[in-house]
Design a protein around this ligand. Sequence first.
Ligand code: HEC
Ligand code: HEC
Ligand code: HEC
Length: 213
Amino acid sequence: MGMGCAQAAQATHLAEMIFRRKTKAVMGSDIVCLLRNRRVGRWAALLVAASVIGAGVAWGGTVVAPVKNVWAALISDGLHDPANPDISLLQEPGDSLSKLPQDYVGNKVNWDQALNEGYIDPRSKLQPQTRVRTLDQDTIMKNTGGTPWVRFPHRPHTAWLDCTTCHDSMFKEGPTPGLTMLAILNGQYCGKCHGTVAFPLSECNRCHSVIPK
Ligand code: HEC
Ligand code: HEC
Ligand code: HEC
């Protein structure tokens, strides 16, 4: 571990600022500090630890479905007005999302799997004359400063998005000038969607997935 509790708290704060959520590694050191400081009972800390592990990643890096996800109720999600009498007309997110393939980040649904396995069947176009275009091709990006290379897969993107969403306003069909991790963390390029409508930027290994040969 090697990190003091004060440093861990600072790291937690930084990580929250950057990713708007806690990263797993930082959460781990939090738990150690909780245990050390005995601010909470040992059992409570163990429960937190168990829930982090339960919501986590299987050994060997395979993503597993968490045991049980919980979604905030509409009245307490900070997005809806609890005083609005019509709130009772809306479906609770947990009612629908719990029936889809689960993930442990974002809104806790693996949308790629939900689409591929037929759980959902969204309309692919509004106008009959629209041409639906998909592409099953990966681009490997190697300017990753010693971290694993980035594999950008077109297939799961073009299942939801048209080419013009990204080309050429956001990405060139070749090296895109200005594409760096800092720009992504600032909400540009991949960061326009990842962390907003797709899995968050804290999941480094889902993009940095190719070990250089
Ligand atoms: C949504 C995909 C995605 C995620 C998630 C992601 N990265 Fe990146 N990262 C990229 C892309 C794309 C590049 C640029 C690669 C290129 O231009 O060849 C990059 C580049 C980098 C670089 C190279 C230096 C730089 O500034 O560009 C580092 C280091 C890096 N990422 C670290 C991380 C770390 C650490 C995390 C997790 C906290 C992370 N990345 C999460 C896509 C991602
Ligand atoms: C979510 C964004 C996104 C969508 C949607 C998208 N692309 Fe791309 N495309 C990229 C990125 C990112 C790259 C790599 C850019 C780089 O290397 O800097 C790329 C690269 C390419 C390349 C160059 C491939 C290579 O390896 O050199 C072609 C050709 C391409 N896209 C065609 C398409 C077509 C055709 C569609 C629609 C069927 C499409 N793209 C949809 C993001 C997208
Ligand atoms: C216009 C929105 C958009 C942009 C821009 C975008 N993505 Fe995605 N990405 C998505 C969506 C939507 C999904 C599917 C939902 C999910 O997995 O959260 C996805 C899924 C992925 C996946 C998972 C694929 C799988 O098989 O599960 C990877 C890897 C990925 N994106 C990498 C990238 C990288 C790298 C970039 C930038 C070079 C990027 N994305 C840019 C919207 C986007």
